[in-house]
Design a protein around this ligand. Sequence first.
Ligand SMILES: O=C(O)CCC(=O)C(=O)O
Ligand SMILES: [Fe+2]
Length: 162
Amino acid sequence: MAVNCYPACPEPHLALGMPPHSDYGSLTIINQSSTGLQIMDHGKNWHSVPVIEEALVVQPGDQLEIMSNGQYKSVIHRATVNSEKKRLSIASLHSLALEKKVGPAPELVDSQHPISYNEGSFSGFLDYISGNDIMEGRYIRHIEERSMKVNAGANIALGHFR
Ligand SMILES: O=C(O)CCC(=O)C(=O)O
Ligand SMILES: [Fe+2]
């Protein structure tokens, strides 16, 4: 579980509380004290997630994208700050165990839907983010690119935040 506290910021247009990322786990459940969470759509536009009384936000993470062989996509999200008040969020991150290898479900792989991801793990994710700039690339794209190179025998350039 992560408890995030974002103090009021005098110049919110110049700062972010948390940069764009996807969570590695399967599902993340978020409770936010005020608006600030934003999600990216396929056109790379940002949308604020409204605060709805007694409702929680549930976001698919990278493990769900991998296990579903890309049928579900993990959500790219970020946290903005505001000039008036401190914001709190509580994120309950649900992941398989640290060393557990996660790959596409065999039932979802066939000639029409070739394997799109190599196996990943939470520890692989931690190694990746500790050695790379998270603004430059995502772990899930890293394991996807590797598998696409292996499958297609070609180096396919992929955009970072998709
Ligand atoms: O503060 C938020 O709403 C987002 C927090 C978040 O993305 C995270 O803890 O991974
Ligand atoms: Fe997150």
